[in-house]
Design a protein around this ligand. Structure first.
Ligand SMILES: [Zn+2]
Length: 149
């Protein structure tokens, strides 16, 4: 499960709408709790690193940005626990591109974006054999009912 506070969901949604019709992406900083859940504490929005006409259906976080994110996280006593990005006008389900560029360990939060609103927000984890993603629950910090927004 990934624990994602409501204010962070709102921030991800705002970033996704702002970037529409292109994808937005960012890092999620937080902690791994004893049960293996990821708890998101802070977001680190990242500009889309891909400079091409394919920006509307590709997201990429470059190695330098990832390194910077790891440093930021450590400076705050946190870890990078996941990556979020938007899927403009298509379901919040990982694409083949997402699969090809995913790392294990991280949670992949995907939100469907539209011009002035967002749809489903779902979270995924890469299988160890890289054959695909498994969906994980998105919960709230107060233990309230997990669900999608
Ligand atoms: Zn994607």
């Amino acid at each position: 499960m990934i624990v994602l506070p409501q204010d962070h969901r709102t921030a991800i949604a705002a970033h996704a709408v702002e970037a529409h019709p292109e994808e937005c992406c960012g890092l999620m900083l937080g902690t791994f709790d004893d049960g293996g859940d990821r708890v998101v504490r802070e977001l680190l929005p990242i500009s889309n690193a891909r400079e091409s006409e394919a920006r509307h259906n590709r997201f990429l976080i470059g190695p330098m940005e990832m390194l910077k994110g790891e440093r930021e996280a450590r400076a705050r006593g946190l870890d990078v626990v996941g990556i979020y990005h938007s899927h403009p006008d298509v379901p919040a389900v990982p694409s083949q591109f997402d699969l090809d560029h995913a790392w294990p360990v991280y949670s992949y939060v995907i939100v469907t974006s539209h011009a002035d609103s967002t749809g489903d927000l779902r979270s995924w984890q890469l299988r160890e054999d890289r054959s695909g993603f498994d969906e994980e629950q998105v919960g709230t910090p107060d233990g309230g009912p997990p669900g999608r927004t």
